[in-house]
Unconditional design. Structure first.
Ligand SMILES: Nc1ncnc2c1ncn2[C@@H]1O[C@H](COP(=O)(O)OP(=O)(O)O)[C@@H](O)[C@H]1O
Ligand SMILES: [Mg+2]
Length: 312
C-alpha cells in the first residue's frame, strides 16, 4: 500500500525548475532509495514532503490524504533528518535531544526514556553528557538522526545522512537503517552514493534534473539497460574446438576472441565457471585469468543520462 505519494510535484525558484513534474510512491514498510547527483532536486523534494516548502504545483498524499492542506496529518508521523546538521554545539547531546523532544511534543513523562532509547539506537549513550562541539562529524550526524527518532515516526526521511563522515559512523548508520526498517519503519533514504542505495534499498528511484527518470527494484532497473553479465577469460594458448564448445553452453549469449582473451556474454547471474573449467581441462587449455563484470546501478544512470554519477 502507498504510504506516501507525490503527484506531478513541481517547485520553481525564480525561473529555475528545481523539481519538475515528479512522481514518487513510498510503500508501507519499505526502504526506498532516492538516488541522484548533487543538484538533482532531492532536498527540495524532501522539504516539500515534510511541509517545509510549498510546492509550485502538484499534490502530496499521506495515507491517501492531502498533506498540502493539512500538514498536521504527516507532521506527527514523519521524522526528518536534514542534510544540514541542526544542533546546538554548546549544549550536550542530551540537552539537544531534550530541546527536540519538547519541539516534537513528546509527553513530559516519556522524554527521559525516549532520549535514552534513541541515544542507544545511534550508539551515543556514553557520550550523551558531552558538548556537541566535542563530537566528530559522524557523531553529530548520528545525534541529528536521534533527534528525528524521538517521536517514533512511521516514516523516516534521511537526506544524505552519510556525506563526509568516518567509515565507522557510516556503517553504524547503515546498520541502523536496516534495524529500524526491520522493526517496521518506512524509510526514504536519499543519497548520491550508489553502493549505499544498492545494499540498503528495496526499491530505488533515480532522480535527475528535478524528475524521477526510473523507479523499481534494483534488478529490474539493471535489466532495463542490460540483461547480461560479461565474463573475460584469459588463456595461454588457443586450441581449436574450445571456443565452439563454450559457445554451446546454454547460458552463453555470445563469445568474441581478442588475441588471448575471450569476451563472453552471459545471461544475468549465470554460473558457467565449473563447465568452463571442465572444457578448458578437456581441451588442454590453461586459464590465466577470469574477470566477471555484472552490470551495476551506475550503468543504469549512465545509460539513462549519458553521464556518470561518479563524476558529479
Ligand atoms: N532556495 C533556493 N533558491 C534557489 N534555488 C534553489 C533553492 N534550493 C535549491 N535550489 C536549486 O534547486 C536545484 C536542486 O537543489 P537540491 O534540491 O538541493 O538538490 P539535491 O538535494 O539533489 O542536491 C539546484 O539547482 C539548487 O541550486
Ligand atoms: Mg540535497
Amino acid at each position: 500500500m502507498a504510504l506516501l505519494e507525490a503527484i506531478e510535484l513541481s517547485k520553481t525558484f525564480q525561473k529555475h525548475k528545481a523539481v519538475d513534474d515528479l512522481h514518487i510512491t513510498i510503500r508501507e514498510g519499505e526502504v526506498l532509495g532516492l538516488l541522484g547527483p548533487n543538484g538533482a532536486g532531492k532536498s527540495t523534494t524532501i522539504s516539500m514532503i515534510a511541509s517545509l516548502l510549498e510546492p509550485s504545483r502538484g499534490e502530496i498524499l499521506y495515507k491517501g490524504k492531502s498533506v498540502l492542506k493539512k500538514s498536521e496529518i504527516i507532521r506527527k508521523e514523519l521524522g526528518l533528518v536534514p542534510q544540514e546538521i541542526a544542533l546546538y554545539p554548546e549544549f550536550t547531546g542530551k540537552e539537544n535531544l531534550m530541546f527536540f523532544a519538547r519541539l516534537y511534543k513528546v509527553p513530559k513523562k516519556e522524554r527521559a526514556e525516549r532520549i535514552a532509547e534513541v541515544l542507544s539506537i545511534v550508539g551515543l549513550s556514553d557520550r550523551a553528557s558531552d558538548k556537541v562541539e566535542k563530537y566528530s562529524g559522524g557523531m553529530k550526524r548520528r545525534l541529528n538522526i536521534a533527534c528525528a527518532l524521538l517521536h517514533k515516526p512511521k516514516l523516516l526521511i534521511m537526506d544524505e545522512p552519510t556525506v563526509g563522515i568516518d567509515p565507522q559512523s557510516r556503517n553504524h548508520i547503515l546498520e541502523m537503517v536496516k534495524q529500524l526498517n526491520t522493526k517496521g519503519m518506512s524509510i526514504l533514504y536519499t543519497s548520491h552514493y550508489m553502493e549505499e542505495v544498492e545494499t540498503l534499498c528495496d526499491r530505488i528511484a533515480i532522480m535527475d534534473h528535478g524528475s524521477i527518470i526510473a523507479e523499481g527494484k534494483k534488478q529490474d532497473l539493471i535489466g532495463m539497460v542490460q540483461d547480461q553479465d560479461l565474463l573475460y577469460v584469459s588463456v595461454e594458448q588457443q586450441v581449436a574446438g574450445f571456443e565452439q564448445a563454450v559457445k554451446e553452453i546454454d547460458e552463453v549469449l555470445f563469445m568474441e576472441r581478442e588475441d588471448f582473451r575471450y569476451k563472453i556474454g552471459l545471461k544475468q547471474q549465470a554460473e558457467i565457471l565449473p563447465e568452463l573449467f571442465t572444457l578448458a581441462h578437456e581441451y588442454g587449455i590453461r586459464i590465466q585469468g577470469i574477470d566477471i563484470q555484472s552490470p551495476r546501478l551506475e550503468d543504469v544512470f549512465l545509460h539513462l543520462t549519458g553521464r556518470s554519477l561518479r563524476d558529479e
